[in-house]
Ligand binder design. Structure first.
Ligand code: 13P
Length: 251
């Protein structure tokens, strides 16, 4: 039985007052929701503050990215061991914005995944196709390559205690969600790819959906057999929306 997971990716949003209000609201409204794991991923500068704010709640802390290096002359970067020290349990890796805007490659993301495991964090590996790739019939191949880069480097067992997030690039921040059937088709393919090497790992693997998830569409997405939760952008900044999504994830 896979416990549903909802992750809020705040991206580069928030201020000290707004994050305090957001966490205060989530703490009140999510108390008692034990059947869903809820993670918040603030901008790195706010991680320490949020770690204090979520104290004595079931909210869990995550980061939006990290360096693949342990330490050294990497100006502006944050190491996974540092994130661990500051209470992060999860880290989003290979988000499409990192791939598109910061030129992260499949191979680099796989190295970050390795570093995350070594630092004791749970990686949330983002995969997903662009609109052009979907229209060219390449969605399955693109996603298989993104996932394959990790499996080839680290073996399929590395996906134990890890999360895969399917985020079609064309659905991110556009208001265009994949239909439940479109998302389910890809989620099933991801699980099938893993099952080729280990049915046990495939059965345990959490595969969450991201891309314009909101209070209105989350329930139908979560009703699909292979959708185990959500990676939420814009709606994770609004208490009522995010709470509704978390509640919908309760199976
Ligand atoms: P939106 O929910 O704003 O579309 O963002 C999705 C996303 O990129 C989460 O990582």
């Amino acid at each position: 039985m896979r416990q549903p997971l909802v992750v809020g990716n705040w991206k580069m949003n928030g201020s000290l007052p707004s994050i305090s209000m957001l966490i205060a609201g989530l703490k009140v409204q999510l108390s008692g929701l034990s059947e869903v794991d809820v993670v918040v991923c603030p901008p790195a500068i706010f991680i320490d503050r949020v770690a204090g704010l979520i104290d004595e709640s079931s909210l869990v802390l995550g980061a939006q990215t990290a360096s693949e290096f342990d330490s050294g002359a990497y100006t502006g970067e944050v190491a996974l061991t540092m994130l661990n020290e500051f209470g992060c349990r999860y880290v989003i890796l290979g988000h499409s914005e990192r791939r598109a805007l910061f030129a992260e490659t499949d191979a680099q993301v796989a190295v970050k995944f390795k570093a995350a495991k070594e630092a004791g964090l749970i990686p949330i590996l983002c995969v997903g196709e662009t609109l052009e790739q979907r229209e060219a019939g390449q969605a399955h191949a693109v996603i298989a390559a993104q996932l394959g880069a990790v499996v080839d480097l680290l073996g399929v067992e590395s996906l134990c205690d890890s999360v895969v997030a399917y985020e079609p690039v064309w659905a991110i921040g556009t208001g265009k969600t994949a239909t439940p059937d479109q998302a389910q088709e890809i989620h099933r393919a991801i699980r099938y790819q893993v099952a080729q090497q280990s049915e046990n790992v495939a059965e345990q693997l959490l595969v969450v959906y991201g891309g314009s998830v909101n209070a209105g569409n989350s329930e139908s997405l979560f009703s699909m057999a292979d959708i185990d939760g959500a990676l939420v952008g814009g709606a994770s900044l609004k208490v009522d929306e995010f709470v509704a999504i978390c509640r919908a994830a309760k199976c």
